[in-house]
Design a protein around this ligand. Structure first.
Ligand code: PLP
Length: 384
């Protein structure tokens, strides 16, 4: 009998971005001037005061195992931060620090999902959610949305997705990949359904500090006391503080759920790492620049993004066309050929549930944005 991987391992799809990254690396090695709009990380350095504090902490010997849920001082500081920004009161015990928001979401799902449970996931969604749900033994129930409604689900669609197996919904606002923000009315509708059918809300708020045009992010936990009691709020430092490599994130929520997440973490990674900059203005300016350049070149964004640093590009008008004899039959093919022929890396929308679109990250310089749009325009103009 040959050695076999687990059913879960066999069901997991590797990250859709990996294939493209490999091509980007290869092209760069060959000396090509590739512009990558694929990366999901700020192009800034971690702010100086954070780096300095970390160096001091290492020199002070803060390099040992800690409480599995993170050091109490950090959990207390996060509690203060959440209170100051959202007027939500959590005790430090209702907070867990983890190795990135990514791990906090995995822990949340591990703590609440049983095999066979369903987790509602409005599309487009961050590609890791479907795999995280599967790793927890659950089944993702995807709600398809469309550009006409700015890729937001309707309350009716949310309710139609509920079954007796529904255990949770994942809400990600501002959203990766659309950049859209859920309005209060939609959040309230989701919270009301969670109350009516008794399920959890996992709210991924990692882009909460990156909102533009006067829009702001609202947490489902802010909607009502009931919603707070069933929401596991996830956030972190990667995006707003340019700390992607530090692997630091956190979750806050009802004590019983956070305790369970702590127990799971204690056996997985042990504990998180022991040891703000105003980038939002730069992202806001770049978003405006990208929108302007797209409009000037008759290229269509999917949604007017209100937060995060992603924008969808509508590539449906180019499907069926040919590039040097090769048919563009999908957003994946568009991304592949755009990279190979014009050296601009974007991420196909299909793995995010945004079929017919590609995702561009504008966490790059103004010069790169300008040059990337010029190349995209030349690429689409050259299609037959
Ligand atoms: N949530 C979303 C929606 C993301 O886009 C990402 C990273 O791309 C994460 C979570 C992961 O954040 P972290 O680096 O804190 O694990």
């Amino acid at each position: 009998m040959p050695l076999q991987l687990s059913n879960i391992a066999q069901s997991i799809t590797p990250s859709a971005t990996l294939g493209l990254n490999a091509i980007v690396a290869e092209l760069k090695k060959q000396g090509e001037d590739v512009i990558s709009l694929g990366v999901g990380e700020p192009d800034f350095d971690t702010p100086v005061h954070i780096r300095k504090a970390a160096k001091e902490a290492i020199d002070a010997g803060k390099t040992r195992y800690t409480d599995a849920k993170g050091i109490p001082e950090l959990r207390a500081a996060i509690a203060e931060h959440i209170y100051a920004h959202k007027a939500l009161r959590y005790s430090p015990d209702e907070i867990i620090v983890s190795s990135g928001a990514k791990q906090a979401i995995v822990l949340a799902l591990q703590a609440i999902v049983n095999p066979g449970d369903e987790v509602i996931l409005p599309s487009p969604y961050w590609i890791s959610y479907t795999e995280m749900i599967k790793i927890a033994g659950g089944t993702p129930v995807i709600i398809t949305t469309d550009p006409e409604t700015d890729f937001l689900p309707t309350p009716e669609q949310l309710e139609a997705a509920v079954t007796e197996r529904t255990k949770a919904i994942i809400i990600n606002s501002p959203n990766n990949p659309t950049g859209n923000i859920w309005p209060r009315t939609l959040l309230a509708a989701a919270c009301e359904l969670a109350r009516k059918y008794d399920f959890f809300i996992v709210s991924d708020e990692i882009y909460e500090d990156l909102c533009y045009d006067g829009y702001s992010q609202l947490s489902p936990a802010q909607i009502s006391d009931d919603a707070k009691q069933r929401t596991i709020l996830v956030s972190g430092f990667s995006k707003a503080y340019a700390m992607t490599g530090w692997r630091m994130g956190y979750a806050s929520g009802p004590l019983f759920a956070i305790k369970a997440m702590g127990s799971i973490q204690s056996h997985m990674t042990g504990n998180p790492n022991s040891c703000v900059v105003d980038m939002a203005h730069s992202f806001a300016r770049r978003r405006t620049l990208l929108l302007f350049l797209l409009a000037q070149n008759a290229l269509r964004p999917g949604v007017m993004p209100k937060g995060a640093f992603y924008m969808l590009l509508d590539v449906r008008p180019y499907l069926g066309k040919k590039c040097d004899g090769e048919v563009i039959d999908s957003d994946g093919k568009f991304a592949e050929l755009l990279l190979k022929k014009s050296f601009v890396a974007v991420i196909p929308g299909t793995p995010f549930g945004a079929c017919g679109f590609v995702r561009m990250s504008y966490a790059v310089s103004d010069i790169q944005i300008t040059e990337a749009v010029r190349r995209i325009k030349n690429f689409v103009n050259g299609l037959e």
